[in-house]
Design a protein around this ligand. Structure first.
Ligand SMILES: [Zn+2]
Length: 332
């Protein structure tokens, strides 16, 4: 990933030398990168008029342990909750263009699976039965798939969201699942969890870190701005010369929710990380400051508000988000 971002940075630097850069040239650049098969993704949940993902928290991240729900297992997706209040009814949107290849099940709640490429799928679980799509539909990035269900059991309402390289894999959710789950055989939604003591990490099975996949897509890079999340918990952040905690601090930035900064570059950790806590989440934005200097800020923080049985963090708090909205969210 890092190599690819370097390449993109280089392309961005030399682009003005090659073309007279105006809006239509940028559009062409974005389109041609999509034609090269580089997908464009956004966060999977949001409210009308807000940046997608804003107001939400990943209470249990990818490849973390959720001790109160299923100790001994790694979560194969991200659970998106509202920062405050009830997630039920929140709009769930397609993270990228694709085709709905599955819509149904009782997870509890419905599951929608979108195929973006032959080996890349997004999966959205615990949706209200009144879905707005069905299998066979084509969807575009930001299209509403449904809303978060009101479950009716003792688990708080949330979206379970996965990015993965398979629809069914025989030993996971196909003809002969290796581990018993409610899901049973030939079940496209899959188990949602994978034993910690299994020989393979979920990334070696084909699940991916969803936030890293989204951040590594072209659209994040082309988002004109990033926005400080409404619920950014820190008072301020260090702006650094490189995307690393030990890099030189070039400025200190007060975090005012809603403040916007031009986005220059993105660095995300590996999509197939084999770490197993929220500390594996690694996302940096290079932003332009008011004084036209630029630097790198951490876009998210891990938190032990939820933790595995070994005490390591399972929760991820978003500090900065791409200022990307969906105009298809109905005000409710
Ligand atoms: Zn989940």
């Amino acid at each position: 990933m890092r190599v690819r971002w370097r390449l993109l940075t280089l392309l961005l630097l030399i682009a003005p030398l090659l073309v007279t850069q105006n809006e239509s040239d940028l559009d062409v650049a974005a389109k041609s990168s999509q034609q090269r098969g580089v997908p464009a993704f956004n966060y999977p949940i949001g409210d009308p008029g807000n940046a997608l993902g804003d107001g939400f928290v990943i209470r249990h991240g990818y490849a973390t342990e959720n001790t109160w729900y299923l100790p001994g297992y790694l979560h194969t997706g991200e659970d998106w909750y509202r920062e405050e209040g009830e997630a039920a009814g929140a709009a769930v949107v397609a993270v990228g263009d694709g085709e709905v290849v599955f819509a149904g099940s009782d997870y509890p709640g419905r599951v929608v699976i979108v195929r973006h490429a032959d080996d890349l799928y997004s999966m959205y679980g615990h949706l209200d039965p009144a879905l707005t799509v069905e299998a066979g539909d084509s969807v575009e990035r930001g299209d509403v798939l449904g809303t978060v269900a009101e479950r009716g059991d003792d688990v708080p309402n949330h979206l379970h969201f996965e990015m993965r390289r398979f629809l069914t894999a025989w030993e996971v959710n196909g003809a002969a699942p290796r581990y018993e789950f409610n899901c049973g055989t030939d079940c496209p939604p899959g188990p949602g969890y994978w034993p910690i003591d299994a020989p393979e990490h979920p990334s070696e099975i084909g699940w991916l870190n969803p936030t890293h996949v989204i951040a590594s897509s072209e659209e994040s890079f082309h988002a004109p701005e990033v926005i400080v999340a409404m619920a950014a918990r820190q008072m301020g952040v260090s702006v650094r010369s490189e995307p690393a905690e030990n890099a030189e601090q070039v400025a200190r930035l007060d975090l005012n929710p809603g403040a916007r900064f031009p986005l220059i570059d993105v660095q995300a950790g590996p999509v197939d990380t084999i770490k197993s806590s929220a500390d594996a989440y690694d996302l940096w934005y290079r932003i332009e400051l008011d004084d036209e200097r630029s630097g790198w800020v951490r876009a998210l923080e891990s938190s032990t508000s939820e933790a595995g049985s070994d005490g390591r963090p399972s929760q991820i708090q978003l500090g900065f988000l791409p200022a990307v909205e969906s105009d298809r969210l109905a005000a409710s």
